[in-house]
Design a protein around this ligand. Structure first.
Ligand SMILES: [Ca+2]
Ligand SMILES: [Ca+2]
Length: 288
């Protein structure tokens, strides 16, 4: 994995593709032994081989929280805290473990990115300079594809996006989200643009490929400044999707029609009503 860190190069060859006939008939017992070689290639292209590269990768302890950083209001932020959860796990497990990670008594969540400045803060202060050991250099975020829409797990409006070229792809399969890390090389893989988003597989059914580190955020989700009226099906196709996107104090106005609300659970202080006139207000009641 390229890291940009200082490297040390082995000085003795182990096994190489060679054009020397003598090497082609070398006994197998010599495999893995060392061979001193010519330093230069004065005779042409004979004395050339592949190399073994070693990186001094400063990996933190497994499961640790690293780069804990506050995005201060004084710096144009929101006073939320952010960190990298250095544990190679599936998106599904990262989502479930995030609330078990506390900072100042507050449970965390997979980071939600609702502005380019928040994206830049996370990329510049956490992702840049960090190397993880997972298959792809990417960091899980709190975006999920639910009911045909991308949503933030906190219910914040999913308006700002920063998808990498060609992403999100594999819709229906890749329902989680990640940010590409800084070590991705766009010359090798043009779509893996550092700091851009990639939708990822939710579970790890295929083995150990779909695992990565995560970005954790601590702080209240940013609600809109005013109570909103959310229209179904104008803004969201289903009542469930509208409820998922709503904040306390919002009103969901449903056009006459047939809707499946058998699985509907509402734990927010919102008003759900029909535009035909019937009204249902949910507990706990609005206090204003
Ligand atoms: Ca956020
Ligand atoms: Ca993808």
């Amino acid at each position: 994995m390229p890291t940009g860190l200082p490297t040390s190069l082995t000085t003795l060859a182990l096994k190489r593709p060679s054009r020397c006939s003598a090497d082609q008939h070398r006994p197998a017992s010599h495999s893995g032994k060392w061979n001193n070689v010519l330093y230069t290639d004065s005779a042409g292209d004979i004395h050339r081989a592949w190399s073994l590269i070693e990186w001094e990768t400063p990996l933190p302890p497994q499961d640790s929280i690293i780069k804990l950083t506050q995005w201060r209001v004084a710096d144009g932020g929101n006073d939320h805290w952010y960190a990298i959860f250095a544990k190679v796990i599936s998106y599904e497990n990262a989502k479930s473990e995030a609330p078990t990670l506390f900072h100042d008594g507050v449970p965390g969540y997979l980071a939600t990115i609702t502005s380019p400045t928040e994206n830049n803060f996370i990329f510049n202060h956490l992702v840049t300079g960090t190397v993880q050991p997972s298959y792809l250099d990417q960091y899980y975020l709190g975006g999920e594809y639910i009911g045909g829409l991308w949503t933030w797990s906190t219910g914040e409006p999913f308006v700002y996006t920063n998808w990498a070229p060609g992403e999100p792809n594999n819709l229906g399969l890749e329902t989680g989200m990640a940010m590409f890390g800084a070590t991705n090389d766009t010359l090798l893989e043009p779509r893996r643009v550092p700091g851009k988003w990639n939708n990822v597989q939710y579970t790890d059914a295929a083995g150990d490929i779909h695992r990565a580190w995560s970005i954790i955020e601590w702080g209240p989700a940013s609600p809109p400044q005013r109570c909103r009226v959310i229209h179904v099906p104008g803004d969201y196709a289903t009542v469930q999707e509208a409820v998922a996107a709503a904040f306390d104090c919002d009103t969901i106005l449903v056009q006459p029609g047939s809707y499946d609300v058998s699985q509907l659970v509402i734990e927010k202080r919102i008003v759900l009503r029909s535009s035909g006139g019937r009204c249902r207000r949910h507990s706990p009641p609005l206090e204003h």
